[in-house]
Ligand binder design. Sequence first.
Ligand code: ZN
Length: 451
Amino acid sequence: MLLLPEWLVTMDPAAGTLREGAVLVEGPRIVYCGSREGVPELPPETRVLEFPARIVLPGLVNAHTHLPMTLLRGLADDLPLRTWLEERIVPAEARLMTPEAVGAGARLGIAELLLGGTTCCADGYFHEPVVLAAAAELGLRGVFAQGVLDFPAPGAPDPRTAFAALRDHLRTGAGGLQSPAVFAHSLYTCSPATLRRAKALAREFGRRFFIHVAETAWESDWCREHADGLSPVAALERQDLLDGDTVLVHAVHVSPADADLIAAHGCAVVINTESNLKLASGVAPVKAYLERGVCLALGTDGAASNNDLDLFGEMATTARMQKLALGDPAAVSAEVVLRLATVGGAQALGLAATTGALRAGYEADLIAVRTDVPHACPLYDPVSHLVYAASASDVDLVLVAGQVRVQRGTLVGVPLGELMARVQALTQTCDIRASRAEPKARLGSTRPVGL
Ligand SMILES: [Zn+2]
C-alpha cells in the first residue's frame, strides 16, 4: 500500500519531517519513505491511501510496562510505593493472577496500546509466556521478560521454581514479532545470588535484562544500609550486572557518578514519569542522561501506578515535568521526547536496526494521527502537536509489520467488548479488595546482606 499523508514525521535524521510525504509498504516492510516525487513505479495492485489531515510517524515504543496489571487499574491509588506494593498490589496479585487472568489482562493492555498508537512494548511480569502469546495473537511487537524475585509470585509460589520457568521462557519464547527476556524485579526483592543468576541466564541466551532501580529515596537509603554505603546503581555494578544488554527502569535517584557509570557501561534507561509522579518517587534526571549520551526510552509502567498505557500522555508529562524540575522551559524539547518514544525505545530493546523510524528496509510499524480536530488546529509544527496537543484517541491507523491493527480508530479483528466484559467478570468474581486483610509481604526485610 502507498500512504500519502499530509505530514510525514520519519524520525530518520536523513529524511526529517516532510509535508506531503509518501510511504510505500510491501508485506511487512517499508520499501520507500520520502517525498511524493521520489515514489518508485507502483505495482498495479497497490492500494493508494490519501491522508489529507493526518500525521504519519513511527509506531510508539512503550519500553516498560506490566500488561496484566491492567486488572489492578484503580485498585490502589494515592499511596506511597511501599504501602502500595506491599499492602495492596502483592496480596491482590496472589489472589487474582492465574494464567487465565494474566492472559485477559494482557489482552486488555495490548488493545489499549494498539489503539493508542503503540506498536512495540517491553513487558515484565509473571506467566510471561501467556503475555507473549497474547501479543502474538493481537499482533503487537515486543520483548516479554519473565520475572524473578525471592518472594512468592504468580506462577511461582515457591521462589526456587522461578528459574525453571525463566529458562523455559528463554528457550521457547522466540519467534515472529515477539522475543523473550529477563526481568529481575529489584535489588530489594532479589538476593545478590538471584540477580547474578538471572543476568547469567540473560547472557547465556543473548537477551535483555530489565531491573527496577533507584526508583525511590527509600530504595537508595535501604541499599546504602545493606551494601556498604553503595548507591543502587553502584551495587548493580559491583554484581557485574551492568552492560549494553541491561535496561535500567526508573533510575530516578542517581548521582552524577551513577549517571557516569550507566553511560560507561552502555546501559539503557527507561523513564516512567507519570508512575514516578503518582507514587511521588521523584523526577529522573533526563538532561543529565542526555548529556552523557545514555540511551533513553519512555515507559508507562503498569496500569496500577499510572493508570493508563498512553504514551502520548507520557510524552507530554515528561516534557513538562523536566521543564518544571529544571526551571528551564528549553530543558527537554518536544523533538527529544518524541525521539525517546520511538528511536530511543527501539534502541533500548535492541530493535533499532529495523524499527523506531520510517526508512526503506525497516519494518512497517507506523501510525497515523488525526489533525482534523480542534486541538490540532492550526498546525505549524507536527512534532509540537504530537507531544503537546495530541492524545491516544487521535490515533486513526496502526500498522505493525505491515498488518493493519487499527483502522479508523477501531481495533481490527479483536472483539473488544467481549474482552472488556471478561475482565470485568474476572475482577468482580475475585474480590481483590478483600486482599487488604491478608498477611503482607515485607519487601526488603528478609534479604541477606552483602550485596
Ligand atoms: Zn515497573
